[in-house]
Write a protein that binds this ligand. Structure first.
Ligand SMILES: [Mn+2]
Length: 302
């Protein structure tokens, strides 16, 4: 049995869609395979996608199992079911371990720095000339993964390959134009239902850069209004972690980030870095920033 799996702590829609779509591809080729995960599913996988007919598989481990890892290549983060010496393939788009896997797995290591792992998997269907076998449900999953991981194509990690794969999947799924806003609004519903938990789940503690506070949180929504009206929850949630924090609040409808911080000194520093428009107690950035891009930029400042 080939077991297609991903990360350990939580997985996002890219990992979820990637495991299911790749396992489906193997089965189409006559290779017995399962998509398996023991991780928590995060806010990027809304209820309507979990309710599709195609899902993760149940799994009972056997000695013969071999593992295919999707959307992660750092061993520390592999799903607990993975047996290190039984890994036969890695498909990922994160940097850091590409040399190691290339040496160990040769052409079975497929680590490429593009917007979404779902894009790589769509291209593998094309390579096998099996793209006509992609079902609507699988197309929905892969489209959602590309939307999420590229932030609706606004993140700087987006490549032309992601855009092309999405367009082709759009034809397969025959989705209306507003598929993207609907997807993000569905994710937003989960966030609004438990804002505190959503913020906690994406708060990074231990940033070590003199231009940034130690606590750096991130939240992505389609429309900010409801959450913006109730900023108290944001302050209360992040104040639990410490008194110096910043939140990168990405609003995709407006195609920009808002920066909210525990004090104005932090906001002034971030404004020097990103050149946004300072408002009373937040910054309007005018463009979408990802936390990892902001950290990278802060590290370049002497
Ligand atoms: Mn990904």
């Amino acid at each position: 049995m080939k077991v297609v799996t991903s990360g350990s702590r939580y997985i996002d829609i890219d990992a979820y869609a990637g495991c299911i779509a790749y396992s489906y591809l193997l089965n189409l080729k006559g290779i017995n395979s399962k998509a398996v995960s023991t991780a928590k599913l995060n806010e990027s996988i809304p209820k309507n996608l979990l309710e599709l007919d195609i899902k993760l598989d149940d799994y009972i481990p056997t000695e013969e199992d071999e593992f295919i890892i999707i959307d992660v290549s750092d061993k520390k983060f592999f799903d607990s079911i993975v047996k290190e010496n039984k890994i036969i393939k890695v498909i990922d788009h994160h940097t850091g371990f590409e040399e190691y896997w290339k040496r160990r797995l040769k052409e079975d290591s497929k680590i490429e720095f593009i917007g979404a792992v779902a894009t790589i998997i769509f291209e593998l269907y094309e390579k096998e000339k099996l793209q006509d076998k992609i079902t609507k449900d699988i197309a929905y999953l892969m489209m959602s993964a590309i939307l999420d991981n590229t932030l609706n194509f606004k993140a700087k990690v987006t490549t032309n390959r992601d855009i092309i794969a999405y367009k082709k999947l759009e034809q397969i799924a025959k989705t209306p134009k507003e598929f993207a806003s609907k997807y993000f609004l569905n994710c937003q519903k989960i966030i609004e239902k438990d804002l505190k938990k959503s913020i906690e789940n994406d708060t990074k503690i231990g940033i070590t850069n003199k231009n940034l506070p130690n606590i750096f949180s991130q939240l992505t929504v389609w429309n900010k209004n409801k959450i913006f009206e109730n900023k108290k929850i944001i302050y209360d949630t992040l104040n639990q972690f410490g008194n110096e924090w910043i939140l990168n609040f990405i609003c995709l409808e407006e195609e920009q980030s808002y920066m909210i911080a525990s004090n104005n000194l932090i906001l002034q520093n971030i404004q020097k870095l990103l050149n946004g428009k300072m408002q009373e107690n937040y910054i309007e950035c005018g463009e979408v920033w990802l936390r990892k891009e902001i950290i990278k930029k802060a590290e370049k400042v002497k």
